[in-house]
Write a protein that binds this ligand. Structure first.
Ligand code: DGL
Length: 267
């Protein structure tokens, strides 16, 4: 008896982050590609990635990608600036057939927008110290001063699900003040958790332009799927959520504005 080969276009797109930050990318993906099936994976057991070494992140991502490929996916979105900086080259080299899209601080558009000639990039310690980040500056920041500002504790604040606006302002104020004092008129959110702090950032930095990367990533995913004829039109598009640590359902629900069935992933 012959079995029909499953249509690869119908496989899900995996969206990965160390925690809930990648939901800021997922919402752009769902808005842009509403007929796709997405599988969101949060590695909460290993969070925060921002303080980890490149080797640790590469090893972890390798295991997770292998697991996702065994389940069956047609593309991987690394919805984490830190994991992209540390491991995207490694993952592409290990899985050359897989579509892998990463997230990087939007330095190019920020440099085109600044009038003061100073751009501030808010990111994790790992991202700010990474070679990929320095390369982006070398490539796109001619004549513009780009200040990479590490923001310890911001990821954990978002992960705590604390909705208190004053607490969020207190958390972000020291780093924003540094960048404003240096003359930045454009702020790049260089970590996917930070769009969830945008109201707090905006309340302190009223006159600056704030840039995030959800939509450009969604357009890139669409382009690559189109090129390989892997776009699909599911009659019932789906969203599945997985985490490597329990107890996060309320935070997911709070950030998505909807209840979610969070499945546990043992890796
Ligand atoms: N969301 C991740 C990023 O975009 C960082 C989270 C972490 O430090 O674990 O960089």
């Amino acid at each position: 008896m012959s079995t029909a080969t499953p249509d690869p276009a119908r496989l899900p797109i995996a969206v990965f982050d160390s925690g809930v930050g990648g939901l800021s990318i997922l919402r752009a993906l769902v808005a842009h590609l509403p007929h796709e099936h997405f599988l969101y994976v949060a590695d909460n057991a290993w969070l925060p990635y921002g303080a980890r070494s490149q080797e640790e992140i590469q090893q972890r991502l390798l295991i997770i990608t292998q697991h996702l490929l065994e389940r069956g996916i047609k593309a991987l979105v690394i919805a984490c600036n830190t994991a992209t900086a540390a491991a995207i080259d490694h993952i592409r080299a290990c899985f050359p057939e897989l579509i892998v899209v990463g997230v990087e601080p939007a330095i190019k558009p920020a440099c085109a927008l600044t009038r003061s000639g100073v751009v501030g990039v808010l990111a994790t310690e790992h991202t700010v110290a990474s070679a990929r980040f320095q390369n982006l500056i070398r490539q796109y920041a001619q004549g513009v001063q780009v200040i990479g500002q590490a923001c310890p504790g911001w990821v954990e604040f978002v992960e705590s699900g604390n909705p208190d606006a004053t607490a969020a302002q207190d958390r972000v104020r020291p780093q924003i003040d540094i960048l404003l004092s240096a003359g930045a008129d454009v702020l790049v959110l260089g970590c996917t958790h930070y769009p969830f702090l945008e109201p707090a950032i905006r309340s302190i930095a009223e006159a600056v332009t704030i840039i995030e990367t959800g939509m450009p990533v969604a357009r890139q995913v669409q382009r690559l799927l189109e090129e390989r004829q892997l776009l699909t039109m599911h009659a019932h598009p789906a969203l599945d959520f997985f985490t490597t640590a329990p107890g996060k359902a309320e935070v997911f629900a709070h950030l998505l504005g909807d209840t979610v069935r969070l499945q546990s992933l043992e890796i």
